[in-house]
Design a binder for this molecule. Structure first.
Ligand SMILES: Cc1ncc(COP(=O)(O)O)c(C=O)c1O
Ligand SMILES: [Zn+2]
Length: 421
């Protein structure tokens, strides 16, 4: 589309026109940021032009996206994004916080945040007439690519570690993707999928490799911007003034592409002059998979791989592929990184459930980070806070069962009911 100027390398700042490169910087392998023509967008659009659109999906932000409308009306591809924000006041009160909300990304068509990225990549695939799109995935990115592709009859191939939770593998198969389970880690599946893409001429969606994934993920920032503006107005009408306060957002982090995509969305809004202050972005990693948090706290952008081990399979990553931009997202927004244990992640699942929110381990990780941050005084009681739940608890039922006590099994007699009550 005409507002898409090309790419800029996040490491060496080299610029490329759209047809010149496809994935990462040829000079140094750096992640590429999509460059938009802000001047042209400003001339054609005002914020109200977006917020007044009838489209209740991420496609309402088409003027800020580097793809043309992919069509697919009436299909799940059109339904990605525009997820609800719930007040989680009851949990906030326990933590001494006045204004806490949760944006529930499990409401996306394939039940995770990854639909945002896959929707954009499928749109791009359609533009460049790619016959097959491939991705490596811990499960969710693959399910999202399989589902978004299925919606418009695009062929997809998914490489996932054979240890991926059964529900995620079931999704891949049911959506009709070509599924290849790798007897190895996510990182090994990642490298293999790139080799296969080169060998067979497939278009590769890999997270932290394909520049369009972050553009899809940034749509969450655009939604948060609209939602927060509206919330501030509504609260002002009730005499509660959030105007001066900036928002703090908690995001679970694996490869680092969600947090860097959300950062990009806010940077776009600042560059357009449509937002005054960057929200504070706080990345939350599992202790057993914390390469980005380690780099952040060491004050460096050098990402040293770990041997990842955590119950939160979606964020179990040895070498994060978007680590540098993920470190910057927290640093440049005045945020930080927090690490949480698997026990704290399970407790977070159990805490969110009674509010009607069912999160998979990686989804609940962001809330576990908020609990820790509140305990450490990283946020003040009056700070408005938004937590992302990035994936549905139905994706990993085995982990969910570890978060709660088992239900009693009884004989079918009223006496037995009385005994267990
Ligand atoms: C549910 C969920 N949460 C968080 C993440 C982390 O996203 P990223 O790898 O871009 O940091 C993922 C990635 O797969 C995910 O599936
Ligand atoms: Zn470069």
């Amino acid at each position: 589309m005409s507002n898409f100027l090309g790419y800029r390398c996040s490491l060496c700042n080299a610029e490329y026109v759209p047809g010149q490169v496809t994935y990462t910087c040829p000079k140094d392998g750096g992640n590429l940021d999509v460059v938009l023509d802000y001047g042209a967008i400003q001339q054609k659009f005002q914020p109200e032009d977006l917020s007044s659109r009838a489209e209740d999906s991420l496609w309402r932000y088409l003027p800020l996206l580097p793809v043309a409308d992919p069509g697919g009306d009436g299909t799940p591809l059109r339904a990605a994004g525009w997820t609800p924000v719930f007040s989680i006041k009851r949990l906030g009160e326990k933590l001494g916080l006045e204004h806490v909300w949760l944006k529930d990304e499990s409401r996306n068509p394939t039940a995770s945040f990854k639909d945002r990225a896959s929707a954009l990549v499928v749109a791009r695939a359609r533009e460049i007439q790619a016959e097959v799109v491939v991705t490596a995935s811990t499960g969710n990115a693959g399910a999202a690519l399989a589902g978004m592709s299925a919606a418009i009859g695009q062929k997809s191939v998914i490489f996932a570690p054979k240890s991926a939770p059964a529900a995620k593998v079931a999704q891949l198969l049911v959506y009709g993707a070509r599924v290849i389970l790798v007897d190895g880690t996510y990182d090994e599946a990642f490298d293999l999928s790139i080799q296969a893409a080169q060998e067979f001429g497939w278009y590769c969606r890999n997270t932290g490799y394909n520049p369009f994934t972050a553009e899809g993920k940034k749509t969450a920032a655009l939604e948060i911007w609209e939602w927060f503006n509206q919330t501030k107005e509504e609260m002002a009408e009730c005499g509660e003034d959030l105007d001066e306060a900036s928002l703090t957002i908690f995001i679970s982090v694996g490869d680092g592409n969600i947090i860097s995509g959300i950062h990009k969305g806010f940077k776009d809004l600042l560059a357009l002059g449509w937002m005054e202050k960057m929200p504070r972005l706080i990345g939350v990693q599992a202790e057993g998979s914390a390469a980005i948090a380690n780099a952040f706290h060491a004050g460096t952008e050098k990402i040293i791989p770990v041997s990842a081990k955590t119950i939160a399979d979606s964020i179990s990553v040895d070498l994060p592929r978007d680590g540098v931009r993920a470190v910057r997202a927290a640093r440049e927004s005045g945020g930080t990184y927090i690490q949480v244990s698997d026990d704290e992640i399970l407790q977070a699942i159990a805490a969110l459930g009674p509010l009607g929110i069912f999160a998979e381990p990686a989804g609940a990780t962001a809330y576990a980070g908020l609990v820790k941050a509140a305990g450490q005084g990283i946020i003040r009681g009056s700070d408005p806070v938004l937590v992302l739940n990035t994936g549905s608890g139905l994706k990993d039922v085995r982990a969910a069962m570890q978060a709660v006590a088992a239900a009693p099994i009884i004989e079918p007699r009223l006496e037995a009911v009385k005994k267990v009550l």
